[in-house]
Structures are given as C-alpha cells and as structure tokens.
Design a protein around this ligand. Structure first.
Ligand SMILES: Nc1nc2c(ncn2[C@@H]2O[C@H](COP(=O)(O)OP(=O)(O)OP(=O)(O)O)[C@@H](O)[C@H]2O)c(=O)[nH]1
Length: 604
C-alpha cells in the first residue's frame, strides 16, 4: 500500500493518464479491524504546475464483511439467502439463484408478495400448500420462539428437493435469516455405498432414457441370496463391506452400467446398454467368493432383466418392478441365476395380486366355491368320505387353478381366511344333510401352517366342534408335513385336543417330502394319504411298488388307515386293493365336483 501511495508511483499513474486511483486498505486500530476504501484524485495545479493528489477515506468494513460472508455462503451452494423482518413483513434478498426467478438482490420485497411469487413460479404443485403453511409468518414466529431454528423441505417444479432453514439473525428485532439449499443429491444418494438410491436411480435413468440416443437399454435388478443369514453369521460390518463390494463388482463389470443404484437392503439396480449385456458373463458375475480375513463367503445373486422396448410408456419405477418380477421367476439359481421378463409373468402376477386384493370380495361374491372329491372304501367301493377342494371362478372368467392362487395366499398369510370359508361351507352342508336325515360322510378340510399360528382361527374350529351340530367323527382335517415344520405349542395342543374329542387328522401327500417319517414319528395321525406320485408310478418299477407296499404296511402297524390319492386306472386300484390300501380317491372313481353333484351321488 505504501508503495502504491509513494509520489513516484502516483506521478507514474498520472503520466499514464489516470486521474482516479481506488484502493482497499485493511487497518487495525485498537483491536478493531477497519477496512477503508482509499480514493485518490490526481490533478495538475494550474498555478504551480505541480501534480497534486487528494485522498479520501471511506469506511467500507460492513460492505466488505458482507461480501466475504456472501462468498462463503455462496460456496456452500445456497440457492437463496434472505433476511426476513417478522415485524415489518418484508424480505430482503441477499442472493437468489433459482431458475425462473429473476429477483433483485439486496432489495426489500413485501413478504407475502414474494412467497406467492415463489409458490407460483418455483414450487411443485403438490408441495405448494406445504410451502405456504411453513412460510406463514405467524407460524414461523411461534416455531422459532419454541425451537430457535426451523427447517422444511419441498420439491421444486423441476422435482428437486430443496431445504429451507430459518435462523435467528437478530432476536430482539425479530429478524430471521432464511437460507435454501438443494438437497436433491443428498437425498438421492445411498449413505452406505455412496451410489444413487431408488429416487436417484429413477431420476437419472429417466433423464438418460429421455435422450433417445437410438441405443437399446435394459434394467437389471440384483438381489443377494440369504443376505440376512450372512449378517446373522458374520455381523453387520461384514454385511456392509459385502454390499460395497457388490456395488464395486457391478460398476467395474463388463456391463458398463450407466447408473448403478441401491434400491433397498441387499437389492441393486443398474441401467445398461444392451450391447454390453452378455448373459454368460452375467452368470459368472452373479457368483463371487468374498474373502474377509480367514473367512470365505460364497455370494450368490439373482438378477431379473427387463429389456426396455423401443416404444415404452412405462416409468422407470415400473420397469424396475418388471425386472424385479423376473427375478422371482428364477427356478434354479445355480444353473441360471437370471431371468428375463416376459408378459406372462406380468399376467400371472396380476392374477395373484387380484386374489390378494379381492379375496374378501371374491368370497362375498361367491367366486370361490367348494368342490367335493369322494373317497371310496377299497372293499365295498362305497363313498365313505370326501375331500373339500376350493375352486375360484372370477366373474365371467375361466376358473383359476388352486395351484395359482393357494401358494400366493399362503405366502401373504391370507390363506386362513379362505380355509375358514371352506370349513364353514363344508360344516353347513353336512349339518343341513344331517338335519334332513340324509346320508352324511366326513369331508376333510385342508389346514395350512398359517392356520395353526392363528389362535382366532383355531378357536373358531373348536367352537364349531363344541356346537355339536354334526357328529364329531364328521370332522376331518388334512395337513401336509410342511404344516408341522414350525408348528407352535398351541398348534400341537389344538390338533391333539381335536383328536381327543373324536375328530380325525390326516397327513396329506405322505412320502413326498423330506421329513414324512419324522412327522409320523413325532405326531399322531389317523389316516395317511399316499402321495399321488407313488400311485401313478405303480407298475413302472419294482422299487416303487415295494415302497408303496411298505408304506401301507407301516401305516397299519402304526394304527393308521391309508387313502391312496390320484388313482386313475383300474390296474392301480387293483394293486392297491391287493396290498391292503383302505381307501381310494382319484379320477378313476370320481373327479372333484360341485356340492349338488356330490349330493346326488351320496343319495344314490
Ligand atoms: N449389513 C447390512 N444389512 C442390511 C442393511 N440394510 C438391510 N440389511 C439387511 O438385509 C437383509 C435383507 O433381508 P431379506 O430381504 O430377507 O434378504 P435375504 O436374506 O437375502 O433373503 P432372500 O433374498 O430371499 O435370500 C435384512 O436382514 C436386513 O436387516 C445394511 O445397510 N447393511
């Protein structure tokens, strides 16, 4: 500074034609930092012919601090800085870098006017009401008095998430500082892996697909198998490291993903250019031996693929759902750990969803009905029992096979409602015939594992029994061995009490599972139903025939009767009869039929 004010340099400047020199000078006086603006006017004294200088000092400390503060705030990428006077209801804009809002900085605006302007030009229609209520001055005053600081987030018309935060600037003057920053990046990033999360994926992918480059793209949806078990066995930290490793593997792979995102927990999505999608290499990518110290963990992933058609109206979110749906169709993850989405999957899924959503309605509208398949005595060939089988015939549509909707209802836990309906329908039918003095036979109702976890359901069955509207021996209940897999004490007690009262318990599909023998060892049954797989192989090999004979003998030794299911031919019936099977059920004798037909048969 001294140098600049020296006579030599001033003369030099004058000779260069400059008449006004302006400098900024920092001074410290009595611990006060002063910033002065130094203005020097240079002119020639007409009387003496000397070059003279006049110096003016102006204190610009406030202005200087303002600009520095602004610089710092700008660096933090604030989009808006405004000083608000709650009492005067004005907003003074210090900075506003929001698209579509050309507002003057350092200008006072009537508060309500400016919030209205924001709402109409900048805030997403869905969030406008929230913006107005959060910026209402009375609300702000109350909230700030209570909390001292207040933040809220809203979306802009460009779908960016913005956070608005109020601080006290001067509490005694009721002045607030309002700042807004763009939270989009933060909210669209997965904290653990640093890659986009679901929201980030959707936005970035929409943007890429919108560009219409002429290339073909696909969305891949990945899921690590048994990740819960990995967490349980090796701990969450290891789990976290595995998640990061999987991201790295996908990102650095032959797939060259345009975006990789963590959708939730152990599920990832990637948008890839189809030219890089090699299914053989994909199979390799989906298996990885992860080393953590001395431990080696075999990681298996499944992957659903959705090839995006050229003309596609689906949102990226829907496309991800398609890829995810395809993933659920992988039948053997070790041989082919990926599946490509097709329309059939969608139709099936919609069918399944329809059952779940419309279950109650469907029961009410009598779309579900109970069919009866008679069971015949092997010796007398008379109908001695039946099995209740549910059928679903949606409004004006083809019947849906039980295999399509029962597993869905089992998975979702809704099967209990359907079982309750079947049970009640059967009881009513038997009770009616019983009252009318007509022949009645026991009709077995299927129970699923979910039923044995539902105290309310079990109580209903128990109450039915106690009402004694039909003889106790008419109550037959069928269970598969899987129902016993994680049966509760309550469930076991319920079945034992049913048996004590005189109801019969049947084990279904006997011999088809891996724990049939331990199930009959550990629990009591009255009747076993031989799996139709055995019956249909009768005569095809000695081995099967011997197994069948042994199963019948075993059942008798354990005081159980045997029903052979799936009897379709005369030869099968003859073989079973010869080897002591007690009862037959199958197409050879009768198919499942509506109640009316079944009653006609019974009445004959
Ligand atoms: N380590 C770790 N685990 C997480 C995180 N987020 C979710 N999880 C766990 O991820 C697991 C996901 O469970 P599931 O969806 O049942 O997955 P899974 O065990 O792989 O089941 P399948 O896919 O059917 O084989 C749960 O145990 C979550 O607690 C995370 O950030 N870190």
């Amino acid at each position: 500074m001294k140098q600049k004010l020296g006579s030599q340099s001033l003369l030099h400047a004058f000779e260069q034609g400059r008449q006004l020199l302006v400098y900024q000078c920092h001074l410290v006086k009595r611990d006060m930092m002063l910033v002065d603006k130094v203005s020097i006017y240079l002119f020639e004294n007409s009387q003496t012919g000397h070059v003279e200088a006049q110096m003016f000092l102006e204190d610009i400390a406030q202005e200087y601090l303002d600009s520095i503060t602004n610089d710092i705030l700008y660096q933090k990428d604030y989009m808006l800085l405004s000083v608000i006077s709650l009492d005067r209801k004005i907003a003074n804009l210090r900075c506003c870098r929001m698209k579509g809002l050309s507002l003057e900085e350092r200008k006072n605006y009537p508060y309500e006017e400016i919030t209205e302007l924001f709402v109409s030009r900048h805030i997403h229609p869905n969030d406008q009401e929230r913006f107005l209520s959060c910026t209402d001055l009375d609300f702000l005053r109350k909230t700030m008095e209570k909390q001292g600081q207040f933040s809220f987030t809203v979306r802009s018309i460009k779908n960016m998430t913005e956070r608005y935060t109020c601080y006290w600037l001067d509490r005694s003057e009721n002045m607030l500082l309002l700042v807004a920053d763009d939270m989009t990046q933060e909210l669209e990033t997965d904290v653990l892996t640093g890659i986009p999360n679901r929201a980030g994926f959707f936005r970035h992918a929409e943007k890429i697909l919108h560009q219409k480059t002429g290339d073909s793209y696909a969305i891949l949806f990945f899921n690590i198998q048994r990740f819960k078990a990995i967490n349980d066995l090796f701990g969450y930290d290891t789990g976290d490291r595995i998640l990061k490793k999987i991201v790295e593997l996908i990102q650095k792979s032959f797939l060259n993903p345009l975006i990789t995102a963590r959708m939730e927990a152990d599920r990832f999505a990637a948008l890839v250019n189809v030219k890089y999608l090699n299914l053989e290499q994909l199979t390799e990518l989906l298996h990885y031996s992860y080393r953590d110290g001395n431990t080696q963990i075999e990681l298996h992933e499944r992957c659903g693929i959705y090839y995006i058609p050229e003309q596609c109206d689906l949102s990226v979110s829907d496309m991800c759902d398609c890829a995810k749906l395809a993933k659920n169709y992988i039948s053997n993850q070790y041989v082919r750990p990926y599946a490509v989405y097709n329309e059939k999957m969608k139709l099936e899924y919609e069918g399944n969803s329809r059952v779940m959503i419309n279950l109650e309605q469907a029961i009410e509208k009598q779309e579900f009905c109970v069919y009866y398949q008679p069971v015949y005595d092997a010796k007398t060939e008379e109908i001695v029992a039946a099995e209740a089988l549910v059928r679903w015939i949606p409004d004006n549509q083809k019947p849906v096979l039980p295999g399509r909707f029962i597993p869905v209802l089992e998975d979702s836990g809704h099967i209990t409602k359907l079982d309750a309906f079947v049970n009640q329908t059967v009881q009513e039918a038997i009770a009616r015939r019983y009252r009318e003095g007509r022949k009645v036979v026991p009709v077995a109702v299927n129970l699923s594992r979910m039923d044995l976890m539902d105290d309310h359901f079990m109580k209903r069955i128990w109450d039915n029994l106690a009402e004694k509207k039909i003889p106790i021996n008419m109550f037959h209940y069928e269970l598969t061995e899987s129902a016993y897999a994680d049966i509760s004490d309550n469930g076991v007690r319920f079945l034992t009490n049913l048996q004590k009262e005189g109801a019969k318990i049947l084990i279904d599909d006997f011999g088809s599972g891996i724990s049939s023998f331990s199930t009959v060892r550990d629990y009591e049954f009255d009747i076993i139903k031989l799996d139709m797989g055995f019956v249909q192989r009768i005569g095809t090999s000695k081995k099967t025939d011997h197994i069948l004979m042994s199963l019948i003998e075993l059942a008798h030794r354990l005081d159980m009767k045997v029903i052979a299911e799936g009897v379709e031919t005369k030869e099968q019936a003859a073989f079973l009869k010869e080897h002591g099977c007690d009862f037959f059920q199958g197409f050879y004798y009768a198919k499942p039929m509506p109640l009316k037909e079944f009653e006609t048969l019974l009445d004959q």
